[in-house]
Design a binder for this molecule. Structure first.
Ligand SMILES: [Zn+2]
Length: 306
């Protein structure tokens, strides 16, 4: 594992010294604990630290509170309702399958790939990547709580876990076949910086489940003040045009697709005890998905270096 990582501060190599990994350039010391290599420290951050801390506190509470994912908690609490409405398959289809299938349609085979999963979280999508034949995954997250969930879920797989900031990736240039983000980028303090890093360390970059700034319902939610905050932090979204321009400037070809994928758990969880509302809402979603499909709300992007 250690030969594939570099110092996130100065990008020099790390060498093992007793229980530490020491940077050959700036002498910063890093450690590994509980199967995770810790390549992030609070002192590395400047103006972003308070936002990162807020995000970490939220992530910790989130990891503790939920059985594994928010949807699973909501589903388990309303099992009878979902059985009746067959809502579970609808929701899964809308949120996960639809976005991931869109991605695989754009990217083609991932067989044999070495993948960096940025913001791996609980590891659900890493599991999907393995099902698609990827050879190896390096999972990065700033939250140790979430990484420990991913470690549990992905036991025995060809995967390593690193605590690192997406805006300062501890890897050499072009060391991954694919840098993969699922629903992560818009939560970062500086998503542009994270994307620049992705273009540096990856031959290809995949973005799945990125809410577009152009989605008509998102604009409406912004107006009424819902849908922009997550754990007390503002999310940051791109338009399809801006994403394409970004990759083209960095000499990447880019394929983009917009879907109407809209299953706002924040809204949903507000009404999770109101089954009459949920029934109406689910029926509304089914119709909405058909009518609004072409307007675009959710971005799937596949960029590959020229
Ligand atoms: Zn260093």
């Amino acid at each position: 594992m250690v030969k594939t990582v570099i110092c996130p501060l100065c990008r020099s190599n790390l060498k093992k010294e007793k229980k530490y990994f020491v940077c050959e350039g700036c002498a910063e010391k890093y450690e590994a604990r509980q199967g995770r290599l810790i390549l992030w420290k609070e002192k590395f951050e400047d103006e972003g630290l308070s936002a990162i801390k807020k995000d970490l506190a939220f992530t910790k509470a989130y990891a503790e509170a939920l059985s594994s994912t928010p949807e699973e908690k909501i589903f388990s609490e309303n099992e009878e309702f979902f059985e009746r409405e067959r809502g579970r398959s609808l929701a899964a289809k809308m949120v996960d399958e639809k976005a991931l299938n869109t991605f695989i349609n754009l990217s083609g085979s991932l067989r044999g790939f070495r993948v960096l999963d940025v913001g791996i979280g609980g590891g659900k999508e890493a599991q999907w990547l393995f099902e698609k034949g990827v050879l190896e995954i390096v999972g990065v997250d700033i939250s140790e709580e979430l990484l420990s969930r991913a470690q549990e879920r992905l036991k025995g797989k060809n995967i390593s876990f690193i605590v690192a900031n997406a805006e300062r990736l501890p890897f050499p240039d072009k060391s991954f076949d694919l840098v993969f983000f699922m629903g992560a980028l818009h939560h970062f303090y500086d998503p542009q910086k994270a994307l620049k890093e992705a273009c540096r360390v990856g031959k290809r970059v995949g973005l799945v489940g990125e809410p577009s700034s152009m989605g008509p319902l998102k604009i409406f939610l912004d107006l009424i003040g819902w849908g922009t905050e997550y754990g007390g932090l503002k999310t940051k979204r791109f338009s399809p045009q801006k994403i394409e321009q970004f990759f083209k400037e960095r000499n990447f070809n880019v394929l983009t697709k917009t879907n109407f994928i809209w299953f706002p758990f924040s809204l949903f969880s507000r009404f999770k005890n109101n089954l009459a509302f949920l029934t109406t809402y689910f029926n509304f979603l089914k119709i909405l998905d058909k009518i609004m499909g072409m307007l675009g709300h959710n971005l799937t992007v596949y960029a590959f270096s020229k």
